[in-house]
Design a protein around this ligand. Structure first.
Ligand SMILES: Cc1ncc(COP(=O)(O)O)c(C=O)c1O
Length: 285
């Protein structure tokens, strides 16, 4: 039986109730994280909690939990849910007020919710077996604070739906100037002439933990040249390889963008090296 966590207690999902006056429900006024965990081992736990805290600070949500408290909570939740291959969802909203008003209320207790969901086994670096992603592109119509991992995800949801409606896996976004930002739920990398390239951090993209871990791993454990710089759509379409990164996908190979085949139309050699290094070093942070 699965158990969720709500405001200090573990309970069955159907027992977890929040007020309709919760600002998470009314305004999407909250921050969330998703941490992958395999057999009880989390990938990038500290980085995920740091990003959660940065988001809470940006929204001035005062949550009393320390990194150690989160560690305990997450470990308990994982153990109580079988400690298999689990995604751990953490969610802190500003809390429930007695009225709906835009300004942050002074006295308010955050709502803290966490649950786990089953995920696939750890991704491997096998070119023949790896998932192959087909994606579309679109102009990024989200807000100007994409670096905050807010629960207000409608912009991302609408972009993702554009792709889903066409039977595609992801929608890769470009800003008004035609430069790559990210996917609706992923960061994007390209490979050209064996150089690994991804857009730099800014308010236009989420600082993905997989992106961060992958960049560190490639810089510390490979001789692959890595660049963080602007990428145009022309450059992306002419890339030898395109990858999506996220906690659940790790490094995923894209084989088609807007119907155009990328590279050989299969997960590439550089992808294979990058994903094997990721498999090898992802727990060392
Ligand atoms: C918009 C967006 N970009 C990038 C990512 C990848 O982030 P991470 O690697 O931390 O999962 C996500 C993950 O949810 C996302 O929603």
């Amino acid at each position: 039986m699965s158990l969720v966590y709500l405001n200090g207690q573990f309970m069955r999902p159907e027992q977890a109730k929040i007020s309709p006056m919760d600002r998470g429900f009314l305004f999407g006024d909250g921050i969330y994280e998703v941490i992958p965990s395999y057999g009880g081992r989390c990938v990038g736990f500290t980085a995920h909690i740091q990003r959660l805290q940065t988001g809470l600070d940006a929204l001035e949500i005062h949550c009393a939990l320390t990194t150690e408290d989160w560690q305990q909570l997450v470990q308990q939740l994982i153990q109580r849910n079988g400690a298999g291959n689990l995604g751990v969802y953490l969610h802190v909203s500003r809390g429930a007020d007695h009225k709906r008003a835009h300004a942050y209320p002074k006295e308010i207790t955050p709502t803290i919710f966490a649950y786990t969901f089953e995920i696939a086994a750890e991704p491997q670096a096998e070119r023949d077996k790896a998932p192959r992603y087909k994606v579309m592109t679109a102009t990024d119509l989200r807000w100007q604070r994409c670096h905050i991992k807010s629960t207000a995800l409608l912009g991302n949801v609408m972009h993702h739906q554009q792709a889903a409606a066409l039977g595609l896996n992801e929608c890769i976004l470009f800003d008004e100037q035609g430069f790559l930002t990210e996917g609706s739920s992923t960061n994007v990398f390209i490979v050209k002439d064996a150089v690994v390239i991804t857009p730099p951090l800014s308010h236009k993209i989420l600082p993905g933990i997989t992106r961060q871990l992958l960049l560190t791993i490639l810089r510390e454990h490979s001789s692959m040249p890595v660049q963080e710089r602007a990428v145009s759509k022309t450059e992306l379409l002419a890339a030898d390889e395109v990858w999506l990164t996220s906690s659940s996908k790790e490094v995923a190979a894209v084989i088609e963008v807007d119907g155009k085949v990328i590279g050989t139309g299969k997960p590439g050699c550089v992808w294979q090296q990058a994903q094997s290094l990721f498999c090898r070093y992802k727990y060392s942070f």
